[in-house]
Design a protein around this ligand. Structure first.
Ligand code: ZN
Length: 201
């Protein structure tokens, strides 16, 4: 039987993580209008709440020359895999597909269009990271237990070091948020911290 109430295991959240700027990237997952704007098709309010945290982190990262990588969930108009689950969203070229105004990519940033939850699947992300000699990924964005978790997991399976600031990832509800952090902490050995704890040396 599936339990209806469970005790949430504690996860370890460290105060500070110092990363080599030249070998690190901040990854912003799916911060697009359909997910993070009130008029978006799959809007979740927590995605809007993390925008200032991500914006602050990006400002500090850019000031240190840290590479910024966006993932952009991208679907054809009749995606037969995800639309039966979620309904139509982030159709390529639509307003909902665009990254939110507050976090618009800047010159020199990398934008990876992805069709599935995992940003490595069927995309050049791994090649881009190797090309720029990046080993440390600070992963932010939405949704914590879906595209963020799958991308984090995929990065760890490829032996990248992954850091997740827990105040910069959004989920649809508390259960999903806690479940995602638990998997990151216990299973994938991700370093969990808060945005203010991430330093680029
Ligand atoms: Zn999608």
């Amino acid at each position: 039987m599936v339990p209806t109430s469970v005790k949430v295991p504690q996860v370890a959240v460290v105060d500070k993580v110092s990363l080599p700027a030249g070998r690190s990237a901040v990854v912003v997952v799916d911060m697009q209008n359909d997910f993070a704007h009130e008029r978006g098709k799959l809007y979740s309010p927590t995605a809007r709440e993390v925008i200032p945290k991500i914006a602050g982190l990006l400002e500090r990262a850019r000031a240190r020359g840290v590479r910024v990588i966006y993932t952009q969930d991208t679907h054809y108009e009749d995606d037969p895999v995800e639309f039966p689950i979620w309904g139509p969203h982030v159709v390529r070229g639509s307003w909902g597909w665009e990254i939110v105004d507050e976090l618009k990519p800047k010159r020199g940033d990398v934008v990876i269009e992805k069709m599935r939850y995992d940003a490595f699947f069927g995309t050049p992300l791994d090649h881009v990271l190797r090309m720029y000699n990046i080993q440390h990924l600070v992963v932010t964005g939405t949704v914590a237990n879906i595209c963020v978790l799958h991308t984090v997991a995929s990065a760890r399976l490829r032996l990248y070091d992954v850091i997740v600031p827990i105040d910069a990832v959004a989920a649809l509800n508390e259960f999903d948020y806690a479940a995602a952090l638990r998997q990151m902490d216990f299973l994938y050995r991700v370093t969990l911290t808060k945005t203010e704890g991430v330093e680029f040396a």
